[in-house]
Design a protein around this ligand. Sequence first.
Ligand SMILES: [Zn+2]
Length: 479
Amino acid sequence: MEKLDLAPDLAEAIGSGRWFRGVGTLVGLSALALAMWPDFSPLEAAPAMELDDSARDEFRSQMIMPLALGADSGRHMGATPSVKQLENAPERPQLEFLATLAKGDSFGRMLQRSGVGSGDAQTVSELIARTMSLSDIEPGTQIDITLGRRSSAGQARPLDAINFRARFDLALQIDRIDGNLSLKRIPIQVDNTPLRIRGLVGSSLYRSARAAGAPASAVQQFLSTLGDQIDMDRSVRSTDTFDIIVAHKRAATGDRQAGQLLYAGIDRGGKSQTQLMRWGSEGRFFEASGVGEQRSGLLAPVPGGISSGFGMRRHPILGYRRMHSGMDFRASSGTPIVAVADAQVVGSGRMGGCGNAVRLRHGGGMDTRYCHMSRIAVRSGQSVRRGQVIGYVGSTGLSTGPHLHYEMYRNGRAVNPASVKFVTRAQLSGAELSQFRAKLTQLKQVEAGAALVDLKPAAPQEDVPVREIDKIAVPKKVP
Ligand SMILES: [Zn+2]
């Protein structure tokens, strides 16, 4: 084979036997190379098999996927010899869940119901009780509980951690450190700036106030408080400015809590104002502009002149002389009638010739009665304040036209209203009055919308050593 010359030079000895053998080898190898020329026709990727539903189900039952999805094919694979049964199901190393403190529930009971052992529950309750009263934790508080691995079967899982917001301004964290539970207080920065919202009344006071950022509860309190004092339909216009101040807390965590209404105001273009401020332990609202004034004399029940005084006169309808037991005020129909002093409503409704009427009892044996109303705005038994609207002028009963017939009684006997001066003591006086004024000034200095801004997160507090010796060890930084 070594002697076999397979690659002769075809340029030498052309026509010799060696040359022809060389040409033959070249032609043969070329033919072989051409015969092995690759074919570039596309490869068949998948077997062309018709897959109907039953064939697809068959395939699915053979796959692992249906097992992962809960073996929804309905087929069961037989266990192979390599499948071994566990002695008991493995437990999760940790359980994390959220428990909620229900109303009327105790903290310890809630923990035990959630699976915390009685010893741990007792320890946790004691730890918290050192910081705050357990009864101060609001019902509905959600508590993050983490339980660890139990040391042996049948035992309660040990408590690993508890996290919850104990108060609006305090979060508590209890962790197991070196086998012992320890509590960490995490104070939450809270700002108590009241929330003040001012704006134009517009077409709807409710919607305008809500649009300006007032919480719904605050607007409702505002409307009901004002509604008790003034007639909202008549005395609030769309061009007036409302002023709402509510107690408000905002935490650095971003939560907000609106409290009770502190101030309700309506500013009518600077001309007249309604300024009601909550004051005193009973939480009553006082009209700021009237408070502290020595209020003597009577408020006129309607703005308008006196058309007929008290005394004998010829009755315009009955046509004969008789006692006119009251005082007539000129006023057009629909004019609001106000209580002349604080009182209790003792009568409200139809009263014979008096028409629709309201009778008020002011104390000290004094009563007043308001007749011929077109509409009554108070119920019997209700308390009314001086200046509060009790009804509207009309011409019901024995009346020739819209006017207010106003009567006054002392110990049940009609007296001339012009002869009586009510002297009502100031509701607030002395130190309390100046406190009231100071509080009002302070409230009205609150900037509108200031409390809507988010609090900046507090700067991390430096740990100040408790013991004096530690303070020496850590020298104070000199600025
Ligand atoms: Zn009259």
